[in-house]
Design a protein around this ligand. Structure first.
Ligand code: P1T
Length: 389
């Protein structure tokens, strides 16, 4: 398959990085082998075999995944890590210095905020949070030592959007790096680099892996200098994805397009069901016309994803009772797997965010987050109905 770039998303998801090798002695595998070897022998001291020396630096299975993900994000370069947070940490260490300031979206995965506030702050990194749904607040947050803007769109767990193109114009004007966490939509629905972002990060634990059986993270960039710096730090720090986990992730990606269509179809039906339920006070899903940024969602992405949040009428105890009554939905953190997951951010994924900050940005005690899976939607709706009852 010459000129792989001309092919569509699903074709690339299946073939990039896994094209059969017909060279002398090769076996023509249609699936990339799991190269478990941690080290690679060479015949001459100064000539590593095909560039491979040691798996922390470069591994053929990991490389196949990195090239597949890069092609799907329309990126020149890809790197994969042992988790989303490992990817995030490596990006920060590679691109920033102590004393640098980050402007970050005030609605981010709780673990990302914990990394910023409890870990990097101890090393002199400064972060301030703004409501990035308003682009002007991002610009107002810039200080003389600002180096980087960090957003999620849609954000976790409130599904707020930021205008990636408009923010990229601001970061470009001020010479800043724009990082977009694209976990919630995956490259199937949104390609932030095409919209002007400099760095895309993922928790590939979610939709990219897709089966809740492999932790991972990814970084995609077009800029060669950023790539070299992040790759250098990836090797120096060592938080790489293992060959076996690279294989599982490669396997998951092959059905990304199919899965996301079904996640979205089910999510839209559930969002409509919940919106009409008397015990639900509010449903947040970018695919609903009631979402304040529905128009932006339609222009900057090709889909709305499979995560939605809603508020239950009543108290936190009512919310807990509802969650504990579900039988098809698993009461669990994480998202993006084929199975439906549901959770209470205030007590689970976002418990590390201080209560007054949660109240300020809208993560109420009765806010429930749903990662809609690809089961039969009738079964999901019946489960919600009996638990709400
Ligand atoms: O869990 P890990 O692979 O390290 O990824 C961290 C991460 C990064 N970015 C976003 C947007 C995320 O949602 C996550 C992880 N999130 C969950 C575990 C969760 O339940 O929200």
């Amino acid at each position: 398959m010459a000129n792989i770039k001309k092919y569509g998303f699903a074709t690339k998801a299946i073939h990039v990085g896994e094209q059969p090798d017909f060279r002398e002695g090769a076996t023509g595998d249609v699936v990339v082998p799991i190269h478990l070897s941690t080290t690679f022998a060479r015949k001459k001291v100064s000539e590593p075999t095909a560039g491979y020396e040691y798996t922390r630096s470069l591994n053929p299975t990991r490389k196949a995944l990195e090239s597949k993900l890069a092609s799907l994000e329309n990126a020149e370069y890809g790197l994969v890590f042992s988790s989303g947070l490992a990817a995030e940490s490596t990006v920060l260490l590679a691109l920033l210095n102590p004393g640098d300031h980050i402007v970050a979206f005030d609605d981010l995965y709780g673990g990302t905020k914990r990394l910023f506030n409890q870990v990097f702050s101890n090393f002199g990194f400064e972060v301030s949070y703004v409501d990035a749904t308003d682009t002007s607040l991002v610009e107002n947050g810039i200080k003389p030592n600002t180096k980087l803007v960090w957003i999620e769109s849609p954000s976790n767990p409130l599904l707020k959007l930021s205008d990636i193109k408009a923010i990229s114009e601001i970061t470009r004007k001020h010479g800043l790096i724009l990082v977009v966490d694209n976990t919630f939509l995956s490259p199937y629905f949104q390609k932030p680099l095409d919209l002007g972002a400099d760095v895309v990060v993922h928790s590939s634990t979610k939709y990219i892996g897709g089966h809740s059986d492999v932790l991972g993270g990814a970084v995609l960039v077009n800029n060669a200098t950023y790539y070299e710096r992040i790759q250098y730090h990836q090797n120096a720090i060592g938080a790489v994805l293992s060959p076996f986990d690279s294989y599982l992730t490669l396997r998951g990606i092959k059905t990304l397009a199919l899965r996301l269509e079904k996640h979205q179809e089910n999510a839209l039906k559930i969002a409509h069901y919940l919106a009409s339920h008397p015990k639900v006070s509010k449903v947040i899903y970018p695919g609903l016309e009631s979402h304040p940024q529905h128009e932006l969602a339609k222009t900057q992405a090709s889909g709305f994803g499979g995560v939605l949040s809603f508020e239950i009428k009543g108290t936190i105890t009512d919310a807990e009772h509802f969650l504990e009554k579900l039988t098809v939905f698993a009461l669990a953190e994480s998202l993006g797997g084929v199975e439906s997951l549901i959770e209470l951010p205030s007590i689970m994924t976002h418990s590390s965010v201080a209560k007054e900050i949660r109240d300020q940005i809208g993560i109420t005690d009765t806010l429930v987050r749903v990662s809609v899976g690809i089961e039969d939607v009738e079964d999901l709706i019946a489960d919600l109905a009996q638990a709400l009852e």
